[in-house]
Design a protein around this ligand. Structure first.
Ligand code: TXA
Ligand code: MG
Length: 332
């Protein structure tokens, strides 16, 4: 499918396709989304088919502005308006009780709906011209790395999508933070660039973290997700510096490295240096993982970033993309 740089004509074409129940990939500030008319169950089903995603995994509905919240959510708490007012447009998704007329295809059968106003001029232009909600998961095949460039969408979904709008590289690069406001206590379902403490400051309340047995409601919180095809291992700096050929690693192993330093201990076929700043790291992470995934390697080693609050979103994605060094080395 053609990748197109959007002008007014192309935006109109995208809107016409959406109205016909077809799929349009569009840039957001986080990752590229695979969009369909959220009020059209047949169109929404095409998203699941294209991604190979199980039908019970709910989608995020993207809105043109925060006043549209009332068209999708019921019993909207004051806290939702506060968060929307402070963080939208932006990389924050809010889960609320759904209105009865929201198709259950979109919500994977859940009584709640996930909503956000994205902060990307192309997404906003399409949403405003379309005038409704666009259901859009990340435009990758199920359990694979999210796309942060238009070319990644083509690589992932090829001709399964009717139009790919090219909005350049995504500025945030990690999927949105997801907050569940549908229950008694607000919960952080998925960390992202909008930080836990920033949200807590606006709510005047601490966010709970989901219990293990609740994770089924947020497939993004599943253990294996966002993963390269190449076996990927999260390591400390010491583990990298002292790496020896033992366990699954031998002198024939083709090993790639994603690290903060440039110097290469010699065992690595390909090294990519990552930014020290968590925002820049998050922005480039998926493109770099994709790059290493295409390099014909047996293993990708990732140097563990700091375990501090601001790195929470990055660390969450890394633990889902990779296994720990100790588990890896003890494997037969
Ligand atoms: O940044 C993003 O959020 C991107 C862009 C395209 O907006 N979208 C995205 O969508 O990451 P997806 O489908 O890959 O991830 C959506 C996440 C899933 O983890 C899903 O479980 C959660 O949102 N979600 C959607 N509806 C939900 C609901 N009603 N309750 C709980 N979690 C929900
Ligand atoms: Mg996804």
């Amino acid at each position: 499918m053609a990748i197109v740089i959007p002008d007014e004509l192309v935006i109109n074409q995208a809107v016409a396709l959406l109205r016909q129940g077809r799929l349009v990939a569009l840039p957001t500030e986080t990752v590229y989304g695979l969009g369909a008319d959220a009020k059209n169950p047949e169109a929404v089903k095409k998203i699941f088919a294209a991604k190979g995603r199980p039908a019970d995994h709910p989608l995020i509905v993207h809105l043109p502005d925060m006043s549209a919240l009332e068209d999708w959510a019921a019993d909207i708490p004051e806290s939702a308006w506060k968060l929307a007012g402070r963080f939208w447009p932006g990389p924050l998704t809010i889960v609320l009780k759904k209105r009865l007329d929201v198709p259950s295809e979109v919500t994977g059968g859940q009584p709640t709906v996930a909503l956000r106003v994205p902060d990307h001029p192309v997404a906003l232009q399409v949403l405003k011209a379309f005038g409704g909600g666009i259901a859009a998961p990340s435009a990758n095949r199920f359990c694979r790395i999210s796309p942060t460039h238009a070319s990644h969408v083509e690589e992932e979904l090829g001709d399964q999508v009717d139009l790919i709008l090219d909005g350049g590289p995504c500025q945030v690069g990690l999927e949105s933070t997801i907050i569940d406001l549908s229950g008694l206590t607000p919960k952080l379902l998925r960390p992202g660039q909008t930080g836990k403490s920033e949200i807590e400051a606006v709510l005047g309340q601490l966010l709970a973290l989901p219990e293990e047995n609740e994770k089924i409601h947020a497939p993004g919180a599943m253990e294996v997700h966002y993963a390269p095809s190449t076996r990927t291992i999260l390591c400390s700096k010491d583990q990298i510096n002292n790496l020896k050929f033992s366990g699954p690693l031998n002198s024939d192993s083709k090993i790639g490295l994603l690290s903060f330093t440039k110097e290469n201990p010699g065992l690595f076929l390909k090294t990519l240096q990552m930014p020290e700043n968590f925002g820049d790291y998050g922005q480039s992470l998926y493109a770099n993982l994709r790059n290493l995934d295409h390099a014909g390697l047996d293993f990708i080693l990732i140097e563990q970033p700091p375990q501090t609050e601001e790195w929470r979103g990055v660390n969450d994605r890394l633990t889902k993309a990779a296994q720990s060094f100790d588990v890896f080395m003890s494997a037969k």
